[in-house]
Design a binder for this molecule. Structure first.
Ligand SMILES: [Zn+2]
Length: 459
């Protein structure tokens, strides 16, 4: 086998996000093949062979690539609708539109979502897709292909809904699958696409949508299926006061107790939102090492509330960041969520001590890797890990007068990405995607958004 080709990055500030938060004001990173070979202070070691490229990172901050832990790609073509609603009213307003999606729409929406995140420093993405209209084609395969062609590492959370209005749920009857159909399709998706190996570019998780759109049987059987197949479990939990009320009325307990009773707490589970959690809920998550995808912008957009991130972290709960679907976070960027996580949490009980800039960066990198079960592979810059990293430009008008580059990244304007690497391959160069035509993606998303609007209007 040929020796691995090396890329040397020098002269930049480096935030490794390792266990000690090691940083270098002027340092180097050496990539060999798809792995990080060396990280340290000063210039790279002399005499390295097979160096195919040297990048002068003067004026830049180098960090691990960002990891997005919660999203719904299809919503890219339903942005800017139901803009003044809470979660339940917003869902009821949008379900009839969402139920009309097809393969070309999902393809364009996935490519738009992925492109927006990738050019903003996301190197690992996920899509919780739970709308599968009858006859809509191979939506899972379409989404996975879009991720592969954009060049990001990817987890498809194969979602499902089987509790419609007639069973006391929120979605209309025409928007759901059957219990058996959802389980069979989820198992087939894992069989076709899940890669369990170190460095996998595609993984699949079992992901029934939420307590108010999924039957108790689907939660129970979904958990059994995931454990039989050895894949992770994902869902929405404790998002709003209305959900809490729903769980008390239907199940006689709060969401966390309900999840525990259906097998949904564990170190192989991560849950989006987790806003309305009491001390015993947080203790249950900590005891079972259940992960949380914190989505501060979406929680604010839908008036859901402020998740208790400082308390979750203090208890030892793994916490990552999520964009959430872009129908409730129209920007679709994760680097801006670093800032929003810090700001929103400082509005909560812990005030100025809620989160530091470095904790916010950790949530968006290592924390995300933890909740996706991939902390041994990604999330920090350490020798042996996969070469997923970002060069943020810090010497322009937006950031040049801020001395601390991590404070500049988290608190300042959205920083330009000079280069982003996934698995050692460069997917962003000077702010432009290298693998896809951003203009063509934008045109396709506009065309498919118009198509969906007109299909929905025809009824
Ligand atoms: Zn969501």
């Amino acid at each position: 086998m040929a020796a691995a080709q090396r890329v040397v990055i020098e002269n930049g500030a480096i935030a490794t996000v390792d266990a000690d938060d090691t940083e270098f004001a002027h340092g180097h990173v050496v990539i060999a093949g798809n792995r990080i070979e060396a990280v340290g202070a000063g210039r790279a070691p002399e005499g390295l062979e097979n160096v195919v490229r040297r990048i002068d990172a003067t004026g830049h901050l180098v960090t691990p690539g960002l990891v997005n832990t919660h999203h719904h790609f299809y919503q890219w073509i339903t942005r800017g609708l139901a803009t003044d609603h809470n979660l339940f009213d917003w869902l009821v307003a949008l379900y009839p539109t969402w139920a009309r999606i097809d393969e070309p729409m999902v393809d364009a929406a996935a490519r738009g979502s992925l492109a927006m995140m990738a050019r903003g420093g996301v190197t690992t993405a996920m899509d919780h897709h739970y709308v599968f209209p009858r006859g809509s084609g191979d939506l899972s395969g379409t989404i996975i292909r879009a991720a592969r062609e954009t060049g990001v590492r990817f987890t498809l959370a194969r979602g499902s809904m089987d509790r419609s209005e007639k069973d006391g749920g929120l979605p209309p009857d025409f928007a759901v699958e059957t219990l058996e159909g959802a389980l069979a399709a989820t198992e087939a998706t894992v069989a076709a696409h899940h890669d369990a190996s170190f460095g996998a570019m595609t993984q699949v998780a079992v992901a029934p949508c939420s307590p108010f759109s999924v039957s108790t049987e689907l939660l129970r059987e979904g958990a059994r299926l995931a454990r039989r197949l050895g894949v992770r479990l994902h869902t929405h939990g404790s998002e709003t006061v209305e959900e809490e009320k729903f769980c008390h009325e239907l199940f006689g307990m709060g969401p966390t107790d309900y999840f525990e009773s259906t097998g949904w707490l564990g170190d192989d589970v991560w849950m989006a939102h987790c806003v309305h959690m009491n001390d015993s809920d947080i203790a249950a998550f900590a005891r079972t090492r259940t992960g949380v995808a914190h989505c501060p912008s979406s929680n604010a957009r839908l008036a859901a509330g402020i998740a208790r991130v400082p308390d979750l972290l203090a208890a030892g709960v793994p916490v990552g960041l999520g964009v959430d679907g872009t129908a409730s976070n129209e920007s679709g960027e994760l680097h801006t969520e670093l800032r929003n996580a810090l700001l929103v949490n400082r509005l909560g009980a812990h005030r100025e001590r809620a989160l530091t800039a470095r904790q916010a960066l950790r949530l968006g990198t290592y924390g995300g890797a933890q909740v996706l079960g991939r902390a041994a592979e990604i999330g920090s810059l350490e020798p042996g890990k996969l070469a997923d990293l970002v060069l943020w430009r810090m010497d322009t008008l937006a950031h040049a007068s801020i001395a601390d580059p991590v404070a500049a990244l988290v608190l300042g304007a959205a920083a330009p990405v000079t280069a982003s690497f996934v698995d050692g391959r460069q997917i962003v160069e000077d702010g432009r995607l290298t693998q896809v035509d951003e203009g063509a993606v934008a045109r396709a998303t506009r065309d498919q958004a118009r198509r969906l609007a007109s299909v929905t209007a025809r009824g």
